[in-house]
Ligand binder design. Structure first.
Ligand code: NAP
Length: 389
């Protein structure tokens, strides 16, 4: 069981978190949201920093222990706890030494004991925005997680107003809002996330696509095409054709063939016009992306793989492999695998594949990375690193 701590202790510790001092802070960004491309970071460095860069090819390396300034527990409120992403988060919070889950909200399960959380007894409540404000003002929660369907969390966010509590939203509602940090730690300057109290967690398909495209942005010859297939947990628990097992049996369901939210998100972050074509399959969790990338010069498979290996050097949740990764191998794991790198006979077209568990790195694990950064813990604390990929 975790003991109670005052919000003042937590907030005080958070204020001691390191400020933006890494080389990433000096790097110009490719878009208004601050994605850090490897090539641009290289050009921005001073001569002293260039020496450091030669030793570390990742322009946005993990902060590691530098961010771990907070030893006190943080009290958590989780809105949307019954859903797939909420449940995946409960598992992670249960294994985190400093995350103290106090309040879980679900209309359907209100009054029932929370299962799968062993650190203290927690009972599901049906929390309204007014209830959330009361708990926040009384100092009973220091960090709120919103795991609600798209378009639902605004009343909660508006009610919480300017609270100093950290809010991490898993929905798409604030991914295009410049007042919120876009929480993709491998690509966005980590110190920026560490200083934020409003963090929007990227979409599952978007996370994999952004990680698979960002290293070769400067080599794009034309717009990439991203063919994606997700397991049906990606559609949430509310019944729809995308989680209708009878429809999905022996089948592949194309949907949102143009204009999917994640197409907009990927293009917004990278400043490109990729086409994204999603499909839903009959397995429960896991996404596969096959990305066709026209190149602006002749390259080899080895060149491209090396660019990815350099860009993600030191990243614990991104694995660069030779073969095209398989979705079965990423299910229940916490990282992203990127591979394939097949170059055609012209040398000017590469196919990159990526896999991700949509509920883990595509949602809950990434949410936890962001919470750790913003609350002053080690980014990977509570992430089962032995279950990567
Ligand atoms: N599933 C994924 O792979 C994935 C990946 C990345 C991001 N996301 C995003 O994460 C969010 C949650 O997704 P999910 O798959 O966990 O959804 P889900 O399984 O359908 O769960 C939705 C949760 O929100 C609650 N809820 C639904 N409507 C509500 C309302 N009007 N007011 C208050 N609570 C409401 C539900 O509980 P009650 O009905 O009991 O209140 C449930 O706990 C979505 O925005 C989704 O886009 C999902």
């Amino acid at each position: 069981m975790l003991s109670a701590t005052s919000g003042a202790v937590r907030i005080g510790a958070r204020r001691l978190a390191p400020r933006a001092t890494s080389i990433v802070a000096a790097a110009p960004s490719s878009s208004s949201r601050g994605v850090v491309p490897a090539g641009q970071a290289r050009r921005a460095l001073s001569s002293t920093a260039r020496l450091a860069y030669a030793l570390n090819t990742n322009p946005n390396p993990p902060l590691g222990k530098k961010n771990a300034s907070n030893e006190a527990p943080t009290r958590i409120g989780l809105i949307g706890a019954r859903g797939y992403t909420g449940q995946a988060l409960i598992d992670l919070l249960n294994n985190h030494p400093n995350m103290d889950l106090r309040h879980v909200s679900s209309r359907e399960l209100s009054g029932q004991d929370l299962k799968g959380y062993t650190k203290r007894k927690v009972v599901y409540e049906n929390l309204s925005p007014e209830d959330v404000v009361r708990l926040d003002k009384n100092g009973q929660v220091d960090c709120w997680i919103m795991a609600l369907p798209n378009g639902v969390c605004k009343p909660y966010i508006e009610a919480l107003g300017q609270t100093p509590s950290v809010i991490v939203d898993i929905s798409a509602d604030y991914r295009f809002d410049n007042a919120w940090a876009y929480g993709l730690p491998e690509l966005l300057a980590r110190p920026k996330i560490a200083q934020s109290t409003r963090i929007s967690t990227p979409g599952c398909y978007s996370t994999a696509a952004l990680l698979a495209l960002n290293p070769i942005l400067e080599h794009l010859g034309d717009s990439p095409s991203i063919f994606g297939v997700s397991g049906y947990s990606g559609a949430g628990t509310k019944p729809s054709p995308k989680n209708d097992l009878a429809l999905l049996h022996d089948n592949l369901l194309p949907y949102s063939l143009i204009g999917h939210m994640h197409e907009r998100e990927i293009n917004h972050q990278l400043g490109i016009s990729a086409a994204f074509i999603p499909h839903c399959a009959s397995w429960f969790r896991g996404i596969h992306l096959t990305i066709n990338v026209p190149l602006n010069k002749t390259m080899t498979s080895r060149d491209i793989r090396q660019i990815f290996q350099d860009r993600y050097a030191g990243e614990k949740l991104v694995k660069v492999v030779g073969e095209a990764p398989l979705v079965r191998a990423i299910q229940n794991k916490h990282g992203v695998e990127i591979g394939g790198f097949a170059v055609d006979s012209t040398g000017q077209r590469v196919v990159v594949c990526a896999t991700i568990d949509n509920l883990n790195k595509g949602a809950a694990t990434q949410c936890l990375q962001n919470m750790n950064l913003a609350l002053g813990y080690d980014e990977y604390q509570g992430v089962p690193l032995e279950k990567l990929s």
